[in-house]
Design a binder for this molecule. Structure first.
Ligand SMILES: NC(=O)c1ccc[n+]([C@@H]2O[C@H](COP(=O)([O-])OP(=O)(O)OC[C@H]3O[C@@H](n4cnc5c(N)ncnc54)[C@H](O)[C@@H]3O)[C@@H](O)[C@H]2O)c1
Length: 342
């Protein structure tokens, strides 16, 4: 089997590559090594960009430096592949607001090119969306608890209305990608799915304020750097450890029921920023320097995935608990501190 992973040098993509290499499969990564969200982190940006590339090289992944906005490059990489996992994207809401054109071409045209290659060569494909497409009107359906926001029922399934509330360019580009996937299923009979992913975390995540909040807090705690919470630390997610996320892509290959799936940690992995910061502090054994900033436009304050559909159709379930996952991420950052120094 040969798998094409777009964005293979990114956080999630690198774990999908690792999963398939571990099974002895052939893997191609197509990545342009941009990761715009790194620029503001103050890390060793070039070192961070190349880190996952070098790890994948060691694993025997075929590395192609190319761009999903370029149709020929996507077709070339997809030829002879049996499966496409499409993770390449402009993933950050903040950057979508500052650079809406970059967001449009990366997320809409890029996804279109990937679907075209999948159609031309008849390859099953999964594309990454985000729970952000539900929109931040969910903020109006929550109550404030002691440690976190709460909601009844706690979990939200795929039938919940999308694009409710104030929109940003990221909402539109991710939703457009989803609609193209649905169109290719309906019109061309493509074996395709969209995963609406929750907040993921794990090793090889160069999280910053723009994207990857769990890793951002872990890195800042381990390095003793100041950190910001926007709005309130009672914001909630059902965070998902990255190896569990990678496993969901393989689950679709084995059980290819086309459509849309919420992919998250579910009700067993609910956590607020406050609770997450506490766990990180405990595992890292360091004090945190936190400032509280005004809330940001577009931020979604609560999301917990109802994962029943993925459980039933894909036979998939998250396995790693928040405690175990955060412990592993703290350890990875402690072992790689030089990557995060400017
Ligand atoms: N990380 C999360 O918590 C999260 C949450 C919800 C959804 N998602 C979605 O999951 C997917 C993967 O996210 P991630 O956290 O691994 O992001 P990431 O930024 O770590 O990885 C994306 C990769 O795509 C590459 N890339 C960007 N534009 C490209 C282009 N035009 N051509 C080729 N490569 C390009 C980047 O260089 C990067 O290596 C994205 O679609 C993202 O929107 C992520």
């Amino acid at each position: 089997m040969k798998v094409l992973v777009t964005g293979g040098c990114g956080f999630l993509g690198s774990h999908v590559c690792e999963l398939y290499r571990g099974m002895g499969e052939e893997v191609v990564s197509l990545d342009n090594l941009t990761k715009h969200e790194l620029v503001r982190t103050g890390y060793d940006v070039e070192g961070a960009r190349l880190h996952n590339w070098n790890v994948l090289k060691e694993m025997g992944v075929q590395l192609v430096k190319g761009d999903i906005r370029n149709k020929e490059e996507v077709f070339e990489a997809a030829r002879d592949c049996d499966y496409i996992v499409h993770t390449a994207a402009q993933p950050a809401m903040t950057i979508s607001i500052e650079q809406p054109e970059l967001d449009l071409y990366s997320n809409v045209v890029g996804t279109f090119n990937v679907l075209e290659a999948a159609r031309a060569y008849d390859i099953p494909v999964v594309s990454c969306s985000s729970i952000h497409v539900y929109g931040n009107q969910i903020n109006e359906t929550i109550q404030e608890g002691e440690e976190r926001f709460i909601r009844e029922p706690p979990a939200i399934d795929e039938s919940y209305p999308v694009m409710q509330g104030k929109l940003t360019p990221l909402h539109v580009s991710k939703r457009a990608g989803e609609l193209y996937v649905q169109t290719y299923i309906d019109t061309y009979g493509l074996d395709a799915a969209t995963f609406r992913l929750t907040g993921m975390y794990g090793p090889r995540q160069f999280g910053g304020e723009d994207h990857g909040w769990v890793a951002n807090f872990v890195i800042r705690t381990v390095l003793g750097l100041p950190m910001k919470v926007f709005g309130t630390d009672k914001q909630v997610r059902d965070i998902l450890y990255v190896s569990d996320a990678a496993a969901a892509f393989d689950a679709f290959y084995r059980h290819p029921v086309p459509g849309l799936y919420n992919i998250g940690g579910g009700e067993r992995n609910i956590i607020s920023i406050r609770e997450c910061l506490r766990l990180i502090r405990e595992f890292a054994g360091r004090e945190q320097h936190i400032s509280y900033e005004p809330k940001r436009h577009g931020d979604l304050w609560y999301f917990v995935c109802d994962i029943t559909r993925a459980r039933e159709h894909l036979k998939w379930e998250p396995r790693v608990s928040n405690e175990e996952g955060i412990r592993r991420l703290v350890k990875w950052v402690q072992d790689n501190v030089s990557l995060f120094k400017g």
